[in-house]
Ligand binder design. Structure first.
Ligand SMILES: Cc1cc2nc3c(=O)[nH]c(=O)nc-3n(C[C@H](O)[C@H](O)[C@H](O)COP(=O)(O)OP(=O)(O)OC[C@H]3O[C@@H](n4cnc5c(N)ncnc54)[C@H](O)[C@@H]3O)c2cc1C
Length: 369
């Protein structure tokens, strides 16, 4: 995958084989999930935050001027204040999300691509505790539709890493959970996560004046609601594991999240009012200077709570950091073992109640390792 082509896989989709699998939540949020070796990390944006140097400096100074500090320079740490972040693309703009496989012992690993796990096989744990179940393997289907078993060796474990949509879906389809075929089991989806109320001139964009008529810088300022409290939900739509489950994000169903969006939007407005952002403004017909927005512009009366809330509802969007579904304490224990079932763990973003601070992929890669 190359950095330039990030959006292409998101639009170039088919029913069963494209690297990105599109889904739309019940509440109408268009979204995507990776369907490729390396998962969504193979199709994601790599959190590339380096922009035009003038723009970086102006936004930095604007943020400092608006009272958001300190400026931490370049940092991979999740720190309070302002920073320039890193990316998983290498210096030539490429990345391979399944690189960790290079460290595997090739004689000890088999990778099946174009394969989907249909069910986790469960059996009574032992003659001594027949009421308890244990995972004994999986059934998967290959590209040509043939079914295969992969069975555990003694003391082996099934590790499920099918993501925030795939893992709860697979567990439900395998009969794990109280209502296997239609369920909101497991305190689902805190998905509202990082749903970006791109409030403000967020979602909106401003266009920079330039000496050359063809050179335009279009920029987006966004805010992210970290650890939103609006809960989402997931339930099965079909017994075919390749089809998306039904997801509802419920963004801003909790008023606390809306208020945080309103606060963040006002902060962005503060930044836009700073002296350092002046250079991004255009002369207006009737005199004065202002930004040119693409998309909804901030309410003129920012003190009007109702208008600000409406703006948040209008501009909320996904940044694909949905998570939850098999959260720790409800579905898995602290060591990510599925509660009540032997030999079965879930290791992916479905175990998070809250997305870990910043963009999730670094934490998820380490979790996998
Ligand atoms: C478009 C996009 C952009 C993003 N940008 C960023 C970013 O810039 N920075 C960042 O930190 N995060 C970003 N993310 C989020 C990040 O990529 C995800 O949070 C992360 O990849 C989730 O990892 P995971 O292991 O939980 O699941 P996933 O990466 O979703 O992996 C799950 C894997 O399991 C496979 N699978 C599912 N069900 C089955 C089954 N039944 N049988 C076999 N295989 C199955 C899927 O095909 C997939 O390969 C982005 C995500 C997307 C979609």
């Amino acid at each position: 995958m190359t950095q330039e082509g990030f959006l292409t896989p998101l639009t170039d989709i088919d029913d069963f084989e494209s690297p990105a699998q599109a889904f739309t939540s019940e509440d109408g949020v268009p979204n995507a999930r990776g369907r490729i070796l390396g998962g969504s990390s193979a199709i994601n944006a790599g959190f590339y935050s380096r922009a035009d140097q003038d723009f970086i400096l102006a936004v930095r100074d604007g943020l400092v001027e608006a009272g958001i500090d300190p400026f931490n320079g370049f940092s991979l740490d999740h720190v309070i204040g302002i920073k320039i972040g890193g990316s998983t693309f290498d210096s030539s703009g490429r990345r391979r999300a399944a690189d960790l496989l290079n460290y595997a012992n090739p004689s000890n690993i088999k990778v099946a691509v174009y394969a989907s796990v249909e069910r986790i096989l469960l059996a009574p744990n032992s003659a001594y505790s027949p009421s308890k179940q244990a995972a004994i393997g999986v059934i998967f289907r290959d590209q040509s539709g043939r079914y295969h078993h992969a069975m555990l060796r003694r003391k082996g474990e099934v590790l499920v890493s099918a993501g925030a949509l795939g893992s709860p879906q697979l567990l439900l389809l395998s009969g794990v959970g109280s209502r296997p075929y239609l369920s909101t089991w497991g305190a689902y989806l805190e998905a509202a996560s990082n749903v970006i109320p791109f409030a403000s001139p967020a979602n909106s964009v401003f266009i920079r004046t330039s000496p050359s008529p063809v050179y335009l810088t279009v920029a987006t300022l966004m805010e992210k609601i970290v650890g939103p409290v609006s809960p989402g939900s997931l339930r099965l739509a079909s017994t075919d594991v390749r089809l998306n489950p039904i997801v509802q994000f419920n963004y801003f169903s909790n008023t606390g999240d809306v208020e945080r969006c309103v606060n963040g939007t006002r902060k962005i407005a503060d930044v836009l009012r700073t002296r350092t952002m002046e250079i991004f403004k255009f002369d207006q017909w009737f005199g004065g200077r202002d930004f040119r927005y693409v998309g909804p512009a901030l309410p003129v009366d920012e003190s009007n709570d109702e208008l600000m809330r409406e703006f948040c509802h209008q501009t909320v969007n996904t940044i694909w950091h949905y998570h939850g579904g098999c959260v720790v304490g409800k579905v898995v224990d602290q060591n990510l073992r599925v509660l009540g079932i032997e030999g079965l763990r879930v290791v992916d973003g479905s175990i998070f109640t809250v997305s870990p601070g910043t963009n999730p992929q670094a934490t998820l890669l380490m979790l996998g390792r």
